[in-house]
Write a protein that binds this ligand. Structure first.
Ligand code: NAP
Length: 278
């Protein structure tokens, strides 16, 4: 029978652990969020992050800037948080308005406070296997979910569909570090269905509703569905045809309630890690 991987409850367990770790710290950890503009989805994300911080005892700092804020004005906020010893993690909420250069802004964040793991130092540490770095939250959470069903991943063939810096590339690195044989697939990959059928671990992060069909899945595979897509009826679904996959996979994450809750939990985990390292 297919195991449904309950990201909500695994994330809740992680938050409880983090709350204990926070109590043991000499000073309260702090997470700062910088939000530029009026993107409604970003406002919801930031609200959820602040609520999650409160639950584990992390202090939230917020900087909300108008949509017309300049690159220099956002840079000043980042620098202020870099210099603030009560702030251990800094999150630049993406996307930023088009006139801003998000890459340049991200690289202004002190790597020790880069809880999104997107600065070059942290990307380099991940590739080098240096565990002092910050690992991006969604791949980190996805790896926790995979390991909740299978501890030893050595020799397994992992296929990651998607090669973004935010998810696909770091996910591939994490799987490689677990001794998987890793294939990264993307929009130019040929015979994607066949590639997927050879996966013991299949991770889909594309952003296309139910793109991965049931017959793309190897019987017994672990399937991690990262995609979040809104269907015509307003409901959310992933990149995998969940109903079809349920018949075939050994374990699968639902959408919602799979990878999503782990992303925020790992943001808190990175913030606590940053606070523990100071
Ligand atoms: P992204 O930057 O748009 O990357 C999408 C990737 O999918 C790209 O590498 C692209 O290939 C590939 N792709 C596009 N069409 C394809 C096709 N037909 N066949 C194979 N590959 C294809 O997106 P992202 O930021 O990585 O996010 C991916 C999905 O995950 C989105 O639905 C996003 O909402 C979701 N997400 C969820 C969470 C969470 O917390 N649950 C967090 C982050 C992201 P090319 O590189 O060749 O263009």
């Amino acid at each position: 029978m297919t195991q449904v991987i309950d990201g909500k409850s695994i994330a809740a367990g992680l938050r409880e652990e983090l709350a204990q770790q926070v109590k043991a710290l000499p000073a309260q950890p702090g997470l700062a969020v910088i939000l530029v503009g009026d993107n409604p989805a970003s406002h919801v994300y930031v609200k959820n992050k602040i609520k999650a911080c409160e639950q584990v005892g992390i202090k939230s700092f917020e900087s909300r800037l108008p949509a017309q804020a300049t690159q220099a004005e956002v840079a000043v906020e980042i620098q202020a948080f870099n210099d603030n010893p009560s702030v251990h993690g800094i999150l630049m909420q993406l996307p930023v308005p088009d006139h801003l250069n998000s890459d340049d802004l991200i690289h202004l964040v002190n790597p020790a406070k880069d809880v999104d793991g997107l600065t070059f130092i942290n990307i380099g540490k991940l590739v080098a296997g240096d565990e002092t770095g910050m690992v991006p939250c969604t791949p980190q959470g996805s790896m926790i979910l995979i390991k909740s069903v299978e501890e030893n991943l050595g020799g397994k063939h992992a296929v990651v569909i998607g090669r973004s810096l935010l998810f696909g590339k770091p996910m591939a690195q994490l799987l490689l570090a677990e001794n998987c044989t890793v294939t990264t697939a993307h929009s130019r990959t040929q015979n994607l269905d066949e590639v997927c059928r050879s996966a013991d671990i299949l991770v889909a992060a594309v952003g296309r509703e139910k793109m991965v069909k049931g017959d793309w899945i190897k019987p017994g595979a672990i399937v991690i569905d990262v995609g979040i897509n809104r269907m015509e009826d307003g409901k959310l679904c992933g990149d995998v045809d969940y109903e079809a996959a349920l018949e075939i996979a050994s374990a699968i994450t639902p959408v919602p309630g799979g990878v999503g809750p782990m992303t925020i939990a790992c943001l808190l985990k990175n913030t606590v890690k940053a606070a523990q390292s100071t």
